[in-house]
Design a protein around this ligand. Structure first.
Ligand SMILES: O=C[C@H](O)COP(=O)(O)O
Length: 327
């Protein structure tokens, strides 16, 4: 399996230019929750990833993690430790045993609050790992629009290459697609060359049809990625919602030829979970989407479990937790 690292990300990928808001298209969108649940229940039941390939898939998963710390007690020291982990996500002895010693395996990005963007940019200098900033009044998204735009601009100025904005869930619940479109379009403009991920807060959108419509409106407004959750909602990423969102990505690609990225986030903490999401992407969108410019996990603890599973796959036993410290 060809591993994609930060050195080779974002190949000749056509960025979403944004499209006019097509309300007829939005109105046509319908999702059937029970059909989605039935389909989601089949993921992982069949062996999409053969046992022999699992370690390669787990290494690949690492290249698609947005290594995240989003705690109210974050400090520059914690962010620096996270960045040190990002520089060396897998212990050297594990890489050696996997025959991967010469390869650079790095996470997709390091994701932090705005206050820590400059710290992370400095700590990651020379690695090519981008810094992602959560923005626009994360996690609720309820600040005045001018404040949100200023926050995006400040993070871009400090060196963030990716901006994870949150949408106002109320716009979706009211069906005010025009307001949602206008706001996301303004955010995209403020991002400039930085890529924009739009967090829907899916656990608060009431129906799968709402999730699907919100996904479409964000993509029409110019989103580079659609992302499920902030990690702070009661219900975060899951396979049913993922199915809804990636089917909208597929539909959008069929209509426009533009490939939008997908980022499930919140509560994805085990290698088994990661493999299920990767299987879902492969089965619904194809292996092309399993690259860091089209797929990310938003996760704070996933890497720890992946490292444990890599070691277990090699040695048959688990390492003590202290051998894989995070931050
Ligand atoms: O966007 C990332 C999430 O906030 C991470 O959530 P987590 O801490 O449940 O992995």
């Amino acid at each position: 399996m060809k591993l994609v690292t930060a050195e080779s990300t974002t190949p000749a990928h056509k960025r979403n230019p944004g499209y006019p808001l097509d309300l007829d298209w939005v109105e046509r969108v319908r999702m059937n929750r029970s059909a989605l649940e039935r389909r989601a229940g089949t993921i992982g039941a069949r062996r999409t990833v053969k046992k022999d390939h699992q370690l390669a898939w787990l290494l690949k998963a690492i290249t698609m993690i947005d290594l995240t710390t989003l705690n109210s007690d974050d400090t520059p020291g914690r962010v620096e430790r996270l960045c040190a982990k990002a520089r060396h996500p897998v212990r050297q002895d594990i890489l050696d045993q996997l025959g991967m010693s010469g390869r650079r395996i790095l996470p997709g990005a390091v994701c932090v609050y705005h206050s820590f963007v400059d710290t992370a940019v400095r700590a990651l200098e020379g690695t090519g790992i981008p810094v992602a900033a959560v923005s626009t009044g994360f996690p609720h998204g309820l600040a005045p629009v001018e404040t949100k735009i200023a926050e995006i601009e400040a993070s871009v100025k400090d060196g963030a290459k990716e901006i994870d904005i949150v949408i106002e869930r109320g716009m979706v619940l009211r069906g005010d697609w025009q307001a949602l479109y206008d706001q996301v379009k303004a955010f995209r403009k403020a991002c400039g060359d930085a890529h924009i991920k739009t967090i829907l807060g899916t656990g608060e959108l009431a129906t799968q049809t709402n999730v699907a419509k919100a996904s479409l409106v964000c993509m029409l407004a110019g989103a580079d990625f659609i992302k499920t959750s902030t990690g702070k909602e009661k219900v975060n990423a899951n396979l049913v919602t993922s199915l809804t969102m990636i089917r909208m990505i597929r539909w959008f690609a069929e209509e426009t030829g533009i490939e939008i990225g997908y980022k499930p986030a919140g509560g994805i903490a085990t290698a088994v979970d990661a493999l299920k999401y990767m299987a879902l992407m492969k089965e619904e969108l194809g292996t092309n989407w399993l690259q860091p410019h089209l797929f990310r996990f938003g996760a704070s603890s996933l890497l720890t479990d992946i490292e444990r599973q890599l070691e277990h796959g090699l040695t048959g036993h688990y390492a003590a937790d202290y051998r894989q410290p995070m931050v």
